[in-house]
Design a protein around this ligand. Structure first.
Ligand code: FES
Ligand code: FES
Length: 152
């Protein structure tokens, strides 16, 4: 086991991990962070997305030891002070149904909007293209992100 430390949602945290432990499992089962979901465990669905040093990544494809010294943001951190404007826009458009894809989808959109406050529809589609949603057909999600960019 190795002790790693990293910043999780603004707080310095430490945890003991074995070399083959996956970040998604460590977040969910050792650190109580439940927003990243297990969907495919093979990098295909985006349900496990977190923001690692500013970039949306799939936590099912990363060994926990790799994040030593880095910074992770999950949905818990994004909404620590209440719903973010992005979440509010998604809520207003009823953009989700079951919500299983929502944390990953929101974090991918958050990364886009952090780097590009006024993206085109094509850029929005590209940004969330790795996040699968089996319920909505995507358009309400795209509309919500677009509506937010128009308010800025
Ligand atoms: S669970 Fe990680 S991409 Fe599907
Ligand atoms: S709302 Fe159900 S998977 Fe997206």
């Amino acid at each position: 086991m190795k002790k790693i430390s990293f910043t999780l949602n603004g707080e310095r945290r430490q945890v003991h991990v074995s070399p083959n432990e996956i970040l998604l499992e460590v977040l969910r089962y050792k650190m109580g962070v439940k927003s990243p979901k297990s969907g495919c465990d093979s990098g295909d669905c985006g349900a496990c997305t977190v923001i690692l040093d500013g970039k949306a990544v799939r936590s099912c494809l990363i060994f926990a030891v790799e994040v030593d010294g880095q910074e992770i943001l999950t949905l818990e951190g994004l909404s620590a002070d209440g719903l973010s404007p992005l979440q509010q826009a998604l809520l207003e458009k009823n953009a989700f149904q079951c919500g299983y894809c929502a944390p990953g989808m929101i974090l991918s959109a958050h990364e886009l909007l952090s780097n590009k406050p006024h993206p085109t529809e094509g850029e929005i589609k590209e940004a969330i293209s790795g996040n699968l949603c089996r319920c909505t057909g995507y358009q309400p999600i795209i509309d919500a992100i677009k509506s937010l960019t128009q308010k800025r």
